[in-house]
Each structure stands twice: as structure tokens, then as C-alpha cells.
Design a protein around this ligand. Sequence first.
Ligand code: OAD
Length: 254
Amino acid sequence: MSQWRMSPELLERFRTATTVVVLTGAGISAESGIPTFRGDGGLWRSFRPEELATPEAFHRNPRLVWEWYMSRRELIMTAMPNPGHLALAEWENLVPSFTLVTQNVDGLHRKAGSRNVFELHGNILRSRCDDCGALLGGTAPGTDGAIPRCSCGGMARPDVVLFGELLPSDVLQKAEEAVAGADLFFSIGTSSVVYPAADLPRIATRHGAFTVEINLIPTELSDIFDETLRGPSGQILPAILAAAALGMSGAVTC
Ligand code: OAD
């Protein structure tokens, strides 16, 4: 059971916002059974990113890196959006401009029905050529573990951003522009330690948006938000939508 309070100001902002940007991280998918990266049970507690999620690791041992991504891909393919994803998809239908910026590679926002989605870190369900960058659909190693090749001869790799790589610049630029124009900004289920995504709340603040964080625990950036709601996003987001629809505010117990 979690307790959180939405202020009357947030309710009013929620009702009157015309340009909304939401940033999500692994926490929004936790209630769909997908592990987060940090904290108890986080992937980076059991696996070393430098062995599995860097370009060097991929070139050193592409089979090992593919094996790890395949195990995550299989889990993600069967995962279903949770009430948090679904509430965001519903919210998009209620405001004139709604942009969802996600660090997640699981594709669950689109599966939930969200349309205007920027995937900052790529999508684990897609592959691309490590040399020429051509998109290669869902290409994956066969049971013999052989790495598929692009027509240019390059190795197929998961279409995700690895540590040390730059984010797709067009996606990042569009996301930053959307944040700069937002009047209401939510950061949901992210530890706010990975940049450049963690710059987005500051951009929102600088441009005068009302900013809200939803997380189970305080984060590196909690202090800069106008409002922080502590609890699971899969409970808080549907409750906010319901409260806004009913014109309520104040303490809501989930
Ligand atoms: P993290 O694992 O760093 O943080 C997840 C956050 O979600 C934590 O702050 C949790 O407290 C919070 N959380 C967990 N369950 C929640 C729930 N039900 N409701 C609300 N909050 C919840 O994940 P990210 O911040 O997304 O990068 O990590 C950023 C990047 O680091 C990832 O995109 C990935 C990783 O290395 C790449 O793979 C490039």
C-alpha cells in the first residue's frame, strides 16, 4: 500500500495543460515484470554492463552480448503493458499535444497505444547492422548462435544504445525541443542518473513547465521537481486520471 497526495495545483495543471511531455524509465515497466537496472533486483546488480552493454563487449564477444539481449528480448516479447502504460496512452487522447520520451527499449508504450513516442535508447525488438546502420527487423542469431550478417557484411546487433555510444541525435533533438515547449512535465520511474535523458527535467524547469516526479523512492533530481509522488506508477497514473476526471484532489490512497 502506498500513500501519495496530489495537490490542488497539480490537479489544476493537469486539467489545463495543453502541451505535456512525459519522460519514462525502467520503473514504469517494473509492474509488467521487466527488471529495472538499479536498486534491489536491478540488472546491473547481477550483470556487468562493461561485459554486456558496450561496443567493445559486442566486438569482443558478440555471441555473449546477443545471448543476454535475446534473454531480455524473449521476456519483453511476452510482457504486457501495465495500468501505468495504459493511463499514459489514454492521457495522450485528452490533450492537444502529448509527447512521450522513453529510455526504455521494451516497446511497451506503443503496445499500450501511445503514438507520439521518442525512444531515446532504441528498441530491443529491432536489430540493425553494426557497420552501416541498416535496420534489420527482428533478425537474431539462430540456435547455433551464428551472428546474422547485413548485406554489407556487417554483423547484426540489437538496435539499442550501448554504454559509451551517442543517442540518435534526431530523436534526442526532437525530445529536447518538445520538453522546452512543455507546460506540464512528468518524470516517471527513472533513477535520473543516465545522461542526456537526466537533463530533460532541468530543461523543463528552465522553460517554466510545472514538473512532477513519480517514483517509489527519492532520486538524484527529486529536489528540482515542483511535486513528487511516491509510489508505483501503475497505481498513481490511473488514479490521477480518475481524480482529474472527477474533479477531486487531496490525499489518495492506493
Ligand atoms: P533505473 O533502473 O536506473 O531506475 C528505475 C527507477 O524506477 C528507480 O528509481 C526505481 O525506484 C523506480 N521504480 C521501480 N519500480 C517503480 C514503479 N513501480 N513505479 C515507479 N517507479 C518505480 O532505470 P532508468 O532510470 O530507466 O540505459 O535507467 C536509465 C538507463 O540506464 C536505461 O535506459 C539503461 C540503463 O543502463 C541503456 O541501456 C542505454
